[in-house]
Design a protein around this ligand. Structure first.
Ligand SMILES: *Cc1c(COP(=O)(O)O)cnc(C)c1O
Length: 401
């Protein structure tokens, strides 16, 4: 039957030759996926039961990224989320309810703390923060209603490396699941599941993406039962990720190995150089003994990435550290990390808070793919400019070392 051209625009009979085998994973966009017949129409999130029912639960591009991450992290299955923060939220909402209790390290990523303190508390969840170096003593804080224990190792900004195996052993003694924010290790330098973790998440925004041009997250589980717990919540929260972003993450995975190798070497060189500077009181890099939990890093990790913090000696005030930051040229100032460009960002830490009393003296660095000697020159020139900026000021503001 002849049809109007407007119908043909929508219901085309055009064909292309079959058999194109792309070396790389194609980008499948799509909200609607077609069912073969009426009997197979179903709204199912579980790809084991029905691989494709709706674009929200994944396209082949999303599921390829998920499968590759599960493979890399030695997990059972992975959920992809629109960002790392969404991955955190998914875990919180999957395991907590009114009247339940969650234990979170004081060194946790700031927006994760905000989510727990301002949002979950509103829904009647009991939120408690514990010192990150607590180890097996976490057991004393476990209550009958404890439903989730978070770890983040090393912690954001202050970089404490946690004794995850001891925390997991105590948690499992009471049947409590352990979730880990494994973003720093890129999911590769710390084998979460071998160390007792039940749920491992990462901000793929960081090292997997690797080029500061996407936002994505992942939640990987060890057991089928955990997959069943999280799946319906992933569906209900509507955490769909863009197939285009997943395609960029798949591309990032292919070069993750070479980028991390290079970043690790450069970061260690820069960190060691900084540790010899008189202006710096401490270099918080897990591979250096000056980092809290360094022995645990040496025991449990197979490598280090490129994010670490430096703490200036008390001789330096916020304004002077501002001169250091403003003189940097290769290091850019900005949040997030894991891309090819080195970044610096100041993190004020209140002296009366639960975190170490670094005040305004902490700066976090993320090392990119620039040459190590050039980065050191940038830091050296900026430290000198900071020193110069104190000339002529009254005694007491001038560094004593
Ligand atoms: C960046 C980050 C997140 C959040 O990731 P987004 O993709 O920015 O939402 C979570 N945890 C850690 C440790 C991070 O550094």
């Amino acid at each position: 039957m002849p049809r109007d051209w407007q119908t043909t625009l929508v219901h085309s009979g055009a064909t292309v030759p079959p058999g194109f085998r792309s070396l790389v994973a194609p980008v499948y966009r799509g909200s609607t996926t077609l069912f073969a017949d009426a009997a197979s129409v179903a709204d199912v999130w579980d790809r084991d039961k029905s691989p494709y029912t709706y674009g929200l639960y994944g396209t082949p591009t999303t599921l390829e990224l998920a499968a590759r991450l599960a493979e890399l992290e030695h997990g059972y299955r992975t959920f992809i989320t629109p960002g790392g923060q969404a991955a955190l939220a998914l875990i919180y909402f999957a395991f907590l309810a009114a009247g339940r209790h969650v234990l979170i390290p004081q060194s946790v990523y700031g927006p994760s703390r905000d989510l727990a303190t301002s949002l979950l508390a509103r829904f009647g969840v009991e939120v408690e923060y514990y010192p990150p170096l607590i180890g097996g003593d976490i057991e004393r804080r476990i209550r009958p209603n404890t439903s989730l224990i978070w770890c983040e190792s090393p912690g954001s900004v202050t970089m404490e490396v946690q004794d995850v195996p001891s925390i997991a052993a105590a948690a499992h003694h009471h049947g409590v699941p352990v979730a880990l924010d494994n973003t720093w290790s890129a999911g590769v330098y710390f084998d979460a599941f071998r160390h007792g973790v039940d749920i491992s998440m990462q901000a793929l925004t960081k090292y997997v993406g690797g080029h500061s041009d996407l936002l994505l997250g992942s939640v990987t589980v060890r057991e089928p039962a955990t997959y069943e717990t999280i799946g319906p919540v992933h569906q209900s929260l509507g955490f769909a990720a863009s197939p285009d972003d997943c395609s960029l993450a798949l591309r990032g995975l292919q070069t993750l190995g070479v980028r991390l190798g290079r970043i690790e070497a450069t970061a260690r060189t820069v960190a060691e150089w900084l540790s010899r500077r008189a202006e710096i009181a401490a270099v918080l890099h897990p591979a250096l003994p000056s980092c809290p939990g360094h022995e645990v890093w040496a025991r449990d990790f197979s490598g280090a990435t490129g994010v670490f913090s430096i703490v200036f000696t008390p001789a330096w005030a916020k304004r002077q550290i501002g001169v250091f930051l403003d003189t940097l040229t290769l290091f850019k100032l900005g949040y997030s990390w894991g891309g090819v460009t080195s970044l610096a960002v100041p993190y004020p830490l209140a002296s009366d808070g639960p975190r170490p009393p670094y005040g305004d003296r902490l700066v976090r660095l993320s090392i990119g793919l620039e040459d190590a000697a050039d980065l050191i020159t940038d830091l050296s020139v900026s430290l000198d400019a900071m020193g110069e900026s104190t000339r002529g000021e009254q005694p007491g503001t001038v560094p004593t070392e």
